[in-house]
Write a protein of this length. Sequence first.
Length: 254
Amino acid sequence: MTIILISILIFVLTLASGLLGLWVHKALPTEQKTDSARSVVGQVAGLVTLLLALVLGTLIGTSFAFFGAQKTELETLSSQILLLDQALAQYGPDAQPARDRLKESVQVAYDTFWGDKEPDPKLLSVALPLAAAQATKGFLASLKPETDLQKQAVASANALAGQIEQGRVLMDLQVASHPVSPGLVLVLVIWAIILFFGMGLFAQANGLVLSALTFGAVCVAFAIFLILELGLPYTGMFRVSGAALREALVNIDK
């Protein structure tokens, strides 16, 4: 909801700057409405347009790449969870409590971010995977393997538990750092305000001009909306698909 409000505010600011440019155009004295002044303002507006388009495109690409990386990390994590469950199953009935806790934790994670309730961003803290990993390692250390098969299963389970811990911590740290800083978004907004003011400065107000300014403001606001939303892969409007984790959940403990 906050991102939607930010996008609406950006739309209002950019459109208002264009309307201000139209108002200033009417107030300008005739001697300042020369072809040379129009040319200079047009060249500056063209420069800002180029910069704005380049940076907007780059940041959308950065946010989309971050979103895609989180999807890949989640799919990798889901496969590691299944392999860990298989390693515990290979050990035997003594490892069943760990398999039950693994399925329960996966179910909680899935319900948290892909269930009916609003996800809590606080659950993306690195403290949770660290605590879960310590509990799993503690349980594995308590096992007393007797056969070579059990020893191999414990070794595989320990390796997979470490990989899962590393993947979870990495995912949480990446989400906490955000792919695009607020300072860059602020610069984009300032450039958009300057650009729209320049476009309105030497334009005659009419329905077509107002429609064009409104459409342009919507495009800028929506682009920044995408940049911010794609940086929230688990709590935003466009969430990473939980299909891989759901498939892992279905096949755990089988």
